[in-house]
Write a protein that binds this ligand. Structure first.
Ligand code: NDP
Length: 291
C-alpha cells in the first residue's frame, strides 16, 4: 500500500506521524504553520506544501494533528471545496461534541474519521501504539492498511464520530485514577518512612487484582444486578472512613479519600448500602451534585 498521505500539523506528534508514514513507503506531503518544523521530514523525503490548501490537494488521505479543535477549524474552515473527495482523519485531542460538530462540517465535502492517539510520539509506528478511530466503517476499511502503520493497536470503535474522544478521556480518567490513588498511598506509607519503591512492589499486585474484577463488575453493571457477593457498600464505606481519618491524622492530602467516601455515602443514601460495589455506577452516571 503506497497511498499518498498528507500530514497537517508538525508538532511533536505530527512529526512522529509523518516520519512513520515516510518510513513505511507512503509518499508524504506535510504542512505546518511554523515551516521550520518540516526541515527534518523534508530531509527524510517529505514534500513541504505551500499552504494548507496545497497540502490537502496533494493526497486522498489527510491526517490533521494540531493542538486543539479551534486550531483544526482555523486551518480547515477557509478551505471549503478543497476537501471535496478527500478523507480527513483528525487525530487532534478533544471532546466528543467537537468531534461530532467537525464531522458534520467535513462530511458536507468529503469523508471523515475522528481519531484519538493513546501513545506518546516515540511509540508511533510500534506495537505499543493504540490509535482509536470512529466514523463510517467503509471509510475506515478503505484506509485501514495505511492507518495501521501508525500502531499495532489500530482500533475501529464504531460509526458514532464521538466514540474516539469519549474513549480517550474515559481511559485517561482511569489512568489518572490509578496513578493518583497510588500516589496518595505512597504519601501515606511515606509518613512511616516506607520508600515509594517498596510500596510500588506491594501495590502492583493489588492493582492487578482489581484489574481481574473488571469483567465481573461490568457484567453486574450491564445487567443492573447489584446483589452483594463479597462486600457491601456499607462495609466499603466503613473502611473508607479509616482512610480519611488516617490521612488527616498523619497530615497527608485527604481530598481523594474524602471524595471516594462521599460517593459511597451517596450510594448508601440512595439505598445501596447492602449492594455490591458495582452499584457505585449509579453515582457516576448522574451529574455532580445531583440526587
Ligand atoms: P505540539 O504542541 O507539539 O504541537 C502543536 C501543533 O499544533 C503544532 O504543529 C502547531 O503549529 C499546531 N497549531 C496550534 N495552533 C495552531 C493554529 N491556530 N493554526 C495552525 N496550527 C496550529 O503538540 P503535540 O504534537 O504533542 O500534540 C498534538 C495533538 O496530539 C494534541 O491534540 C494532543 O493532545 C494530541 N496527542 C499528543 C500526545 C503526545 O504525547 N504529544 C499523545 C496523544 C495525543 P506551530 O508549530 O506553528 O506552533
Amino acid at each position: 500500500d503506497t497511498t499518498p498521505v498528507t500530514v497537517v500539523g508538525l508538532g511533536l506528534m505530527g512529526q512522529a506521524l509523518a516520519s512513520t508514514f515516510l518510513r513505511n513507503g507512503h509518499p508524504t506531503t506535510v504542512w505546518n504553520r511554523t515551516a521550520a518544523k518540516a526541515t527534518e521530514l523534508v530531509a527524510q523525503g517529505a514534500r513541504l506544501a505551500d499552504s494548507p490548501a496545497d497540502a490537502v490537494a496533494a493526497s486522498p488521505l489527510v491526517v490533521v494533528c494540531v493542538s486543539n479543535y479551534d486550531a483544526v477549524h482555523e486551518l480547515l474552515d477557509p478551505l471549503g471545496d478543497a476537501l471535496d473527495g478527500r478523507v480527513l482523519v483528525n487525530l487532534t485531542s478533544g471532546t466528543s461534541e467537537a468531534a461530532r460538530q467537525t464531522a458534520e462540517w467535513v462530511t458536507q465535502r468529503g469523508g471523515y474519521l475522528d481519531g484519538a492517539i493513546m501513545a506518546v510520539p516515540p511509540a508511533i509506528g510500534t506495537a505499543e501504539a493504540t490509535v482509536f478511530y470512529s466514523g463510517p466503517q467503509a471509510v475506515f476499511d478503505r484506509h485501514e492498511s495505511t492507518l495501521r502503520v501508525l500502531g499495532a493497536g489500530t482500533t475501529y470503535l464504531g460509526a458514532d464520530y464521538g466514540l474516539s474522544s469519549l474513549h480517550d478521556v474515559a481511559l485517561l480518567g482511569a489512568m489518572w485514577g490509578v496513578a493518583n490513588s497510588f500516589l496518595q498511598g505512597a504519601a501515606l506509607v511515606g509518613t512511616a518512612g516506607v520508600p515509594a519503591s517498596t510500596f510500588a512492589s506491594i501495590a502492583g499486585p493489588l492493582i492487578g487484582t482489581v484489574n481481574g474484577w473488571l469483567p465481573d463488575l461490568a457484567r453486574q453493571i450491564d445487567k443492573g444486578d447489584y446483589a452483594a457477593r463479597d462486600a457491601t457498600i456499607d462495609t466499603h464505606l466503613g473502611t473508607m472512613e479509616h482512610l480519611v481519618r488516617e490521612s488527616e491524622s498523619v497530615g497527608v492530602n485527604a481530598d481523594l479519600p474524602r471524595l471516594v467516601k462521599a460517593l459511597a455515602g451517596r450510594a448508601v443514601a440512595d439505598g445501596h448500602g447492602g449492594s455490591d460495589y458495582a452499584a457505585m455506577i449509579e453515582q457516576f452516571r448522574k451529574p455532580s451534585g445531583s440526587r
